[in-house]
Design a protein. Structure first.
Length: 58
């Protein structure tokens, strides 16, 4: 399942430049979906150390 989510995130990221042509809805939808997948994987694997860095805290 994780591998499938990685592929979906990658494809959505690659299609953002094409989606910009269509207007603001699709790129925002793609980015929101990528963030939701990231948070799902973060919570599921309990990788809280990724959030404990100076860039995230800033």
């Amino acid at each position: 399942m994780s591998n499938l989510l990685d592929k979906i995130s990658l494809y959505l990221l690659l299609f953002i430049p094409i989606a910009i042509i269509t207007g603001p809805f699709l790129p925002d939808l793609f980015l929101s979906t990528i963030v939701i997948i990231f948070l799902y994987k973060l919570i599921r694997n309990a990788e809280w150390k990724k959030l404990n860095n100076k860039y995230f805290l800033y």
